[in-house]
Write a new protein. Structure first.
Length: 321
């Protein structure tokens, strides 16, 4: 069995301990995008939602844990990119008591998602957005809670602390859970690929997707997360990792390398082609050195989307300098 097939065969709902459950949203492919459900004292909160198409999976996982929609108090978004927040409005329709908790910069886009959809359509194309994310349902303003730096949310008496963590996006928060000594990191702590893990360690890649990538801010945000010496990071892509210090160092190193590759390609007429080629070769080399067992062509296929999006984000950043 290939590493990709092995990852795809993993269960869709995984108990991570401390009342935290990972739910595979099946966005793009298995083991790529997760929503996480926190349960404390019979009360529940989702962290990130996947797309509108993911909602039945989230509700099914809730039922599987013996919980009802009325037991969910919060839907928390790390940021409002559609692979994290696209399903929030539809999910809220099913949760009569829940409030949507989101960065102040992202709140207006959940109440009126038209600009959010337009931005995604500019990157991917309108037809792709419809097919990939489904209908983006607005959330009534009275059900939205703005959570910026230092905001504390209490779930069944369990405190969840919000930190403002720009770098990937200016509307990004990470959530510190003291009970598990873990951060829910959205995209700030990069992407991990189960298919490319070695026997004992995860494989991580930063995400620099358009349009708000800021390498200095991202490095500062990662440093802030490290200060609390977390036992684990819980990533939307994909789920719980525990080798925090090593992965944090690799993230920062890669951001520096990616910026260097972007600067090298800058000024050439074929900048985008040069950059995507350089990034693809760079990630492949790191995956092989990491001990990924998958064939080179499988690794390249897995990383192709992120190579393209990371290149686009780096180019937007270059043009803003």
């Amino acid at each position: 069995m290939s590493e990709q097939a092995r990852a795809q065969s993993m269960p869709d709902v995984v108990d991570l301990g401390h009342g935290i459950t990972a739910i595979d949203t099946h966005f793009q492919r298995p083991r790529f995008d997760a929503s996480h459900l926190i349960v404390e004292g019979g009360r529940a909160a989702f962290v990130d939602t996947g797309t509108t198409f993911s909602v039945p999976r989230l509700l099914g996982a809730l039922e599987g844990l013996g919980l009802a929609p009325g037991d969910v108090d919060h839907v928390i978004l790390t940021h409002v990119h559609l692979d994290h927040a696209g399903g929030a409005g539809e999910l809220m329709r099913h949760l009569p008591h829940a409030r949507l908790v989101v960065h102040p910069r992202g709140a207006r886009h959940m109440v009126d998602p038209s600009r959010l959809v337009a931005g995604a359509s500019a990157v991917y194309g309108a037809e792709v957005v419809r097919e990939t994310y489904g209908e983006i349902v607005p959330v009534p303003a009275e059900r939205v809670v703005e959570a910026g730096e230092g905001f504390v949310l209490h779930l069944g008496g369990r405190p969840l602390l919000f930190l403002d963590t720009p770098g990937h996006a200016r509307h990004h928060v990470c959530i510190w859970d003291e009970a598990s000594r873990s951060f829910f990191t959205g995209d700030t702590f990069g992407l991990c690929y189960p298919e490319l893990a070695s026997e004992d360690s995860a494989f991580i890649v930063p995400t620099t997707t358009p349009i708000q990538f800021d390498p200095a801010a991202l490095e500062a945000s990662v440093a802030r997360l490290r200060e609390r010496r977390p036992q684990a990071m819980i990533l939307t892509h994909y789920s719980r990792v525990t080798d925090v210090e090593r992965l944090a160092g690799e993230l920062v190193e890669q951001v520096h390398d990616m910026v260097r590759l972007a600067r090298t390609a800058h000024g050439h007429a074929d900048r985008h082609e040069r950059l995507t080629t350089a990034l693809g070769e760079y990630y492949l080399g790191r995956a092989v050195a990491h001990g990924a067992a998958a064939p080179a062509e499988e690794i390249q296929a897995l990383l192709a989307l992120d190579v393209e999006l990371n290149a686009q984000g780096l180019e937007v950043w270059l043009d803003a300098q």
